[in-house]
Ligand binder design. Structure first.
Ligand SMILES: [Cu+2]
Length: 337
């Protein structure tokens, strides 16, 4: 008996040591790059879980493999084997040890959760999700951008909203994921610490373009961030002409589904729109004019272009102000003539 325990124990310990060593030295292989302070906490918790799981895996598999081999049926032995009924000590241990583990994990989880959800912040970014793109507004600087740019060392508060369905804001390198839910504002906090280029992904299946719902993320030095802000503010001032503003709005709200180079995406290309003849799904044709463009934006289901799914969101009437809508229509009227 003792002999068996020693041998199985040796197997368990070596297996656990091997997995633990892998987890310790090759942890970066198992997780994506880390780019935020909050992620340090998340990864620490993940590491603890990884070690525990390695140990439990080794315990179960080690004893199982050893028993299959050591207690295999012998050719000259037809006896059913010893019958063992319960073991108070063992049962006590396998109740108390897992209970201890689970309680400690929840304590660590609560501690880290409270740390991650602290509400102090140096910078606010409003994240607007919609099918199938992300828009970023910096209310403190009056900037709107299709790209998320954040400085290192500042705690950023993200205020998430959605124009249509539930989306989920996820930057793996930040180790933070939060749903954007229509009709309410949700929050996430991140302190970027590693400069680089990353990606916002949508982590909630939200429709036909979900897999393409990306936005670029750039983590830059505080100096580079200030320079970017100044640049954006200057560009926004120059873009006072309706057509230039219309193009910005197009990039933010429409470019996920429409191109301006003649190639179809989710919807038809919108260059050379004015004056062209569009065939609708009921076989009739329309000549595109300003009224048709407005209707297409405000009430996309009124006329469906033949050969395309009727998936254009009907939310632009709420998302865009009158001025924005006018600028957008001006831009589309002259796009790619
Ligand atoms: Cu989405």
């Amino acid at each position: 008996m003792r002999k068996h325990f020693l041998r199985a124990g040796a197997l368990v310990v070596s297996l656990a040591a091997l997995l633990g060593w892998l987890a310790y030295t090759r942890f970066d292989f198992f997780v994506p790059r880390l780019a935020s302070e909050e992620g340090v906490v998340v990864d620490r918790l993940l590491r603890v879980h990884f070690f525990l799981i390695a140990a439990i895996f080794a315990l179960v598999v080690g004893f199982a493999v050893y028993s299959v081999w050591a207690f295999r049926r012998r050719a000259d032995d037809d006896t059913p084997g010893a019958a063992i009924h319960g073991h108070g000590g063992l049962e006590f241990l396998w109740t108390v040890i897992p209970l201890g583990i689970v309680l400690s994990l929840s304590a660590m989880g609560v501690r880290d959760f409270l740390f991650l959800r602290r509400t102090d912040a140096d910078l606010t970014v409003q994240v607007q999700a919609q099918q199938f793109s992300w828009g970023f507004v910096y209310p403190e600087y009056d900037i709107r951008s299709p790209e998320l740019v954040v400085p290192t060392g500042q705690r950023v508060k993200f205020e998430l909203t959605s124009l249509d369905v539930i989306h989920s804001f996820w930057v793996v390198e930040f180790r933070i994921k939060e749903d954007a839910v229509p009709g309410m504002t949700t929050y996430a906090y991140v302190t970027p610490r590693t400069e680089g280029e990353y990606r916002v992904r949508c982590a909630e299946l939200c429709g036909s373009g979900h897999a393409n719902m990306y936005a670029p993320v750039r983590v830059v030095s505080p100096e580079a961030f200030d320079a970017w802000v100044a640049e954006q503010q200057a560009a926004q001032q120059q873009a006072a002409s309706p057509v230039a503003r219309g193009e910005q709005i197009f990039q933010q709200y429409c470019a996920a589904c429409h191109t301006l180079d003649g190639s179809p995406k989710v919807g038809p290309s919108l260059n050379g729109l004015a004056g062209r003849t569009t065939t609708l799904d009921d076989g009739t044709t329309v000549t595109v004019d300003e009224a048709y463009i407005r209707e297409s934006i405000l009430d996309p289901q009124a006329k469906i272009v033949a050969g395309y799914p009727p998936v254009m969101p009907a939310t632009f009437g709420q998302a865009l102000s009158e001025d924005d809508l006018d600028a957008l229509v001006q831009f589309l009227l002259q796009a790619g003539e």
